[in-house]
Design a binder for this molecule. Structure first.
Ligand code: ADP
Ligand code: MG
Length: 246
């Protein structure tokens, strides 16, 4: 089976700092793969290159076999690489369901058709997505009024409106309470199951990582040092050394 993402020798330096220094890995289809590592390890730099926001110095990024390295973010997004939790993408004066409808309208390139029908367009699909993320009873609320955790779930629904094949989540649970973190990851796992999405994510809370990832990769100073199942990675002495700073 072709991998969802196949990354080879990805590299990026800022001035003299090799932020990402020859990273290679595969994200398998329908997998939840965690990328962990201490602050400054290069995780966000990797994410920024994977969605086209940042131009790599070298390497290759294949999406289901097709090279996407060098494409602009909009093209990468169109090809099915979603990135969650960009708060700026939401319209705070609109309701929850209107935000998801807007994302669907944008995905189906129906912007010109939108004005006369705005109230009804893709409403059923939007409602289905809100159901998927457990927010159907909040569909009519203004999203400026949402609690932080609900905003995160709405943003997941918005990302799913683009029908992504791959979801990149850079610290999706940042700022959430421990209980909310677990709930969000359970929700992402359900989405992987029901939509067949492949997920690459980072997360600080190791209990969340080891509890939800199918596989874990550890990045240290721009290089992948360990990759394996949660149990393998948790017990690896090199990983413990990185986190203890020894
Ligand atoms: P992480 O997400 O793992 O905490 P980052 O990818 O944000 O790590 O950062 C990796 C390294 O690259 C750090 O040393 C950081 O200071 C540096 N870095 C990241 N982005 C930039 C940038 N735009 N300009 C200069 N240095 C950067
Ligand atoms: Mg980061």
């Amino acid at each position: 089976m072709t991998d969802a993402l196949e990354v080879r020798d990805l590299a990026k330096a800022f001035g003299g700092v090799k932020a990402v220094d020859g990273v290679s890995f595969a994200l398998r289809e329908r997998e939840m793969l965690a990328l962990i590592g201490p602050n400054g390890a290069g995780k966000s730099t990797c994410f920024n290159m994977l969605n086209g926001q940042l131009k790599p110095d070298g390497g290759s990024i294949r999406l289901f076999g097709a090279e996407i390295l060098g494409l602009p973010p909009r093209k990468v997004w169109r090809l099915g690489v979603g990135r969650t939790f960009q708060i700026t993408a939401t319209f705070t004066s609109m309701t929850v369901i209107e935000n998801v409808q807007m994302a669907l309208i944008s995905h189906h390139r129906r912007l010109r058709a939108m004005l006369p029908f705005a109230g009804a367009l893709y409403k059923d699909e939007a409602y289905d997505l809100l159901e998927l993320v457990g927010m159907e009873d909040q569909s009519g609320r203004a999203c400026g009024m949402l609690a932080y955790g609900d905003l995160k779930r709405m943003e997941l629904a918005i990302a799913l409106a683009n029908d992504p094949r791959v979801l990149l989540m850079d610290e999706p649970a940042a700022g959430m309470a421990p209980q909310e973190r677990v709930q969000l990851m359970e929700l992402v796992a359900r989405v992987v199951q029901s939509r067949g999405v492949s997920v690459l994510f980072t997360e600080h809370d190791m209990d969340v990582v080891f509890g939800h990832a199918d596989r874990v990769m550890v990045l240290d100073r721009g290089r992948l040092i360990v990759e394996g199942t949660p149990a393998e990675v948790r017990n690896n002495p090199d990983v413990q050394a990185v986190y203890l700073g020894t």
